[in-house]
Design a protein around this ligand. Structure first.
Ligand code: ADP
Length: 297
């Protein structure tokens, strides 16, 4: 049995020195004037109102906003789990969502949620190989080679390929899940508060691992979070949403250089961006609080 605790490599102190992968040709997401109204038994809930966002291929977008502002709704629409009431969503010019088309999930968009979804009875390697094998996209030998290559690129996870998920820390499980998503060659990686339940130290380590994965296996990323600091630290662009109905309140362009290092969080540029984001988010949190909305569990 592999030990549950793993000593962190020096790579986790900062992004790997490997060159940033080139911008991919695919993964251009356009969210155009999207509104979403839920109408369970006639109780109309306007979750999103007239939201427009443009993400270039290979960009890292973070979405922040108070609880209930429609972040997950937007994520579900992009993932193809839910439909729009108005507007449309396009991926590389192809229609993903319109008010009249049925929701269209696809392997070109993969979601990683905060609560893990690895098969505990399969090894790390078998978990990662599962997608392409079940979809008959690769032979077993091809899937194994690709899985081991990705695991190695993502912070030395090849060393735990034979372990079972319950033997790993939750942070390591989350990283394996991201690798399991990447093997499907998605155009977009959707991360729904993946590190929400983690303590500050584990989160900081996970940030460095995610940045390293982004650097070596660059994809368009949409990252949902409550945590402003993590949004600014990770992303190229931060969208701040208003409290319900969710609209885009502001867009913060994060022009911090890459590779990002934890020391950057002390820089004047980072602190100025943080101040800008705090002002925007706090105004919305206050409105939501005054309306009596409570944090979802
Ligand atoms: P967030 O992810 O920002 O916390 P959500 O997207 O989960 O927000 O929810 C936005 C709003 O839509 C909330 O008021 C929520 O209660 C409501 N909502 C979400 N899903 C449904 C649903 N299936 N039916 C009815 N209302 C919903």
């Amino acid at each position: 049995m592999t030990a549950k605790l793993h000593v962190l490599s020096s790579e986790t102190n900062g992004e790997s020195q490997a060159a940033m992968a080139p911008r991919p040709k695919e993964g251009h997401l356009s969210i155009e004037n999207v509104s979403k109204t839920y109408d369970p038994e006639g109780a109309r809930v306007v979750a999103l109102h007239n939201c427009s966002v443009e993400i270039a291929p290979g960009d890292f977008l973070a979405i922040v906003g108070p609880s209930g502002c429609g972040k997950s709704t937007l994520m579900n629409i992009i993932a193809g789990f839910d439909n729009v009431t108005e507007g449309r969503v396009l991926l590389d010019g192809q229609l993903l969502a319109t008010p009249t088309s049925p929701p269209k999930p696809g392997s070109d968009r993969v979601v990683v949620f905060q609560n893990g979804a690895l098969f505990p009875w399969k090894t790390v390697l078998e978990n990662v190989m599962y997608g392409p094998l079940v979809q008959h996209k690769m032979t077993r030998a091809e899937a194994e080679e690709r899985a081991m290559d990705l695991l190695a690129k993502c912070g030395g996870l090849d060393k735990v390929a034979a372990s079972y998920p319950p033997q790993l820390s939750s942070g390591m499980q989350r990283r394996v899940e991201i690798v399991r998503a990447l093997i499907n060659e998605p155009k977009i990686l959707l991360l729904d508060e993946p590190f929400r339940a983690m303590d500050t130290v584990s989160k900081t380590t996970m940030h460095q691992h995610l940045l390293q994965m982004y650097r070596t296996c660059r994809k368009t990323i949409v990252f949902i979070t409550h945590d402003l600091e993590e949004a600014i630290y990770l992303a190229d662009k931060v969208i701040v949403m208003t409290s319900r109905p969710g609209t885009i309140k502001s867009t913060i362009i994060v022009n911090l250089p890459r590779p990002r290092t934890p020391e950057m969080m002390l820089s004047t540029d980072y602190l100025a961006l943080k101040a800008q984001a705090i002002a925007s988010v706090h105004e919305e949190a206050k409105k939501a609080f005054e309306r009596g909305e409570r944090e979802h569990a």
